[in-house]
Design a protein around this ligand. Structure first.
Ligand code: FES
Length: 496
């Protein structure tokens, strides 16, 4: 039996119990804290103030803290483990941190707002003080529609099969409960709620017909912003609260990606950037201040753990990283508990290790002839999991190549490749490159957490003009419509 310790998190006013020795990144990740430099100790964005208890500082962290000019009450969460009961203040919640680890310059407003990232798999919501931009609470939960399938196609199919009202009610109720849970001890007057999500979530939440998303040319006439009153959603908020589901860019590129574009500041830069969201539906965006192209891929939810025999989200019990040291596999399990399954970042690591050790061939076949590769006593991946990975990585790699071609540029002209996704904080960039998922130098890749949530918080402060400016320069590309797509897709299935 593992010993546990408690971590009290301020300003959230929440206490969590974790196994002694749990890395703080595992805990804070669940509350949507971002780790912009990926734990290198250079950005300082993960800094926490130690209000009570002890958190050991090793010499490397000491040096980093000194360089960042942080006093003795500060720690870098990416370096720390909880060895005893502690109380921490999360400094990042004082600002909205953007993709390049700069802070968002907001226009103060009166009142409080709530930003919601309505994902196919997970819903995340944060309560924001609109006067100073501080995040006061952060909650996440599984999308209650998950029982109707893990991917968008099954959700659409279920709507068409007569379950539309049920799916709509489930998501209204779950999101409403999350909003209420943040207001339980704080009877704040919420003036606005911004919801972002993919186009299918947008349509179901808004009560819009999804059938147009189910057949070629997959074009919906209702991509715009949808506004609601609390009573329409059965939410217990003041009647004048403005609730908006932000506009989609295309049939399968939603406002979560619009928010991602805002969070990366791509639409204001001269240089080209790429945003790859490895969520349930893999989306790719490439562009600069003049032109942006985007597409959704058939990557499916492999990186979110669905369709992988022992796959799971990046949450407690998930193998989030794997290393090969001294002749054996070493895993990191989120929450420092026994492994229950593997999440996207762990899957990428194990694929890279198998390739490096030539345990799988270029077609993904397990060379030993075995049906499975054991990762721990409890968790293994099988031949079908490897196939799912190949399909997902091929979809992303081929999609990126088609969009680069559309812009008539190459990876050499790209300044940054931002990777978003629930497991972003745990990604090993070298392994992302080794598997061929992204084909550029490591130095260009910036791993991110939830860009949709960052963007949704920005939208609390922005007006329609800001959104329209991004929409005006963004074109949605149908990848399958490109004559080269199939050939490139098959080529990218290969592992070498
Ligand atoms: S210092 Fe950048 S994530 Fe910790």
């Amino acid at each position: 039996m593992h010993e546990t310790v408690t971590i009290n998190l301020q300003p959230l006013g929440k206490t969590v119990e974790v196994t002694r020795g749990t890395p703080l990144i595992d805990v804070l990740h669940e509350f949507s804290v971002e780790f912009p430099c990926g734990g290198k100790g250079t950005c300082g964005s993960c800094k926490v103030k130690l209000l009570q208890g002890e958190l050991e500082i090793g010499p490397v962290q000491q040096q980093k803290l000194h360089k960042l000019k942080l006093g003795k009450e500060w720690r870098l969460a990416c370096f720390c483990k909880a060895e005893q009961d502690i109380t921490l203040e999360i400094s990042q919640f004082d600002n909205i941190i953007l993709a390049d680890s700069s802070t968002f310059d907001f226009r103060p407003q009166k009142g409080f707002g709530i930003a919601v990232d309505l994902g196919t798999t997970t819903i995340v919501a944060q309560l924001v003080n609109l006067e100073n931009g501080h995040v006061l609470d952060s909650v996440s939960d599984v999308n209650a529609q998950a029982k109707y399938g893990s991917d968008l196609i099954s959700r659409i199919q279920n709507c068409l099969d007569g379950n539309f009202e049920e799916l709509k009610t489930l998501v209204h109720r779950k999101t409403g409960e999350m909003v209420q849970s943040m207001l339980k001890t704080r009877p704040f007057n919420i003036s606005k709620v911004v919801v972002v999500g993919n186009t299918v979530m947008h349509h179901i939440f808004s009560g819009l017909e999804v059938s147009s998303l189910s057949f070629y040319p997959f074009r919906s006439p209702c991509l715009g912003t949808q506004k609601f009153t609390p009573s329409e959603l059965n939410w217990e908020l003041p009647g004048n609260t403005e609730i908006s589901f932000f506009p989609s860019i295309g049939s399968f590129v939603g406002s979560d990606i619009l928010a991602g574009i805002a969070a990366t500041k791509m639409s204001g830069r001269e240089e080209f950037s790429v945003l790859i969201d490895l969520g349930t539906n893999g989306e790719i965006v490439i562009g600069n201040r003049d032109k942006i192209v985007c597409a959704s891929t058939a990557a499916g939810p492999a990186f979110e753990g669905a369709k992988i025999s022992q796959g799971m989200r990046a949450t407690t019990g998930a193998i989030s990283s794997v290393d090969f040291e001294n002749g054996e596999l070493k895993v990191h399990v989120i929450g420092n508990v026994q492994a229950k399954g593997i999440c996207g970042s762990g899957l990428i690591d194990i694929m890279a290790i198998l390739l490096n050790r030539e345990e799988i061939g270029m077609f993904g076949e397990i060379n030993s002839g075995d049906k499975k590769v054991k990762i721990t006593r409890e968790v293994s991946i099988n031949q079908q999991d490897i196939r799912e990975f190949q399909l997902a990585k091929a979809a992303i790699a081929a999609g990126t190549q088609i969009l680069l071609k559309q812009l008539k540029i190459t990876y050499a002209e790209i300044e940054h490749v931002f990777i978003a996704g629930g497991f972003g904080n745990f990604l090993n960039i070298e392994n992302v490159i080794r598997t061929g998922l992204i084909e550029c130098e490591a130095g260009k890749i910036v791993k991110l957490g939830n860009t949709a949530l960052i963007g949704a918080k920005m939208f609390l402060f922005e007006d329609e003009k800001f959104i329209q400016k991004i929409l005006d320069k963004t074109t949605h590309i149908n990848l399958e419509g490109d004559p080269d797509f199939q050939d490139i897709y098959i080529e990218k299935m290969m592992l070498d």
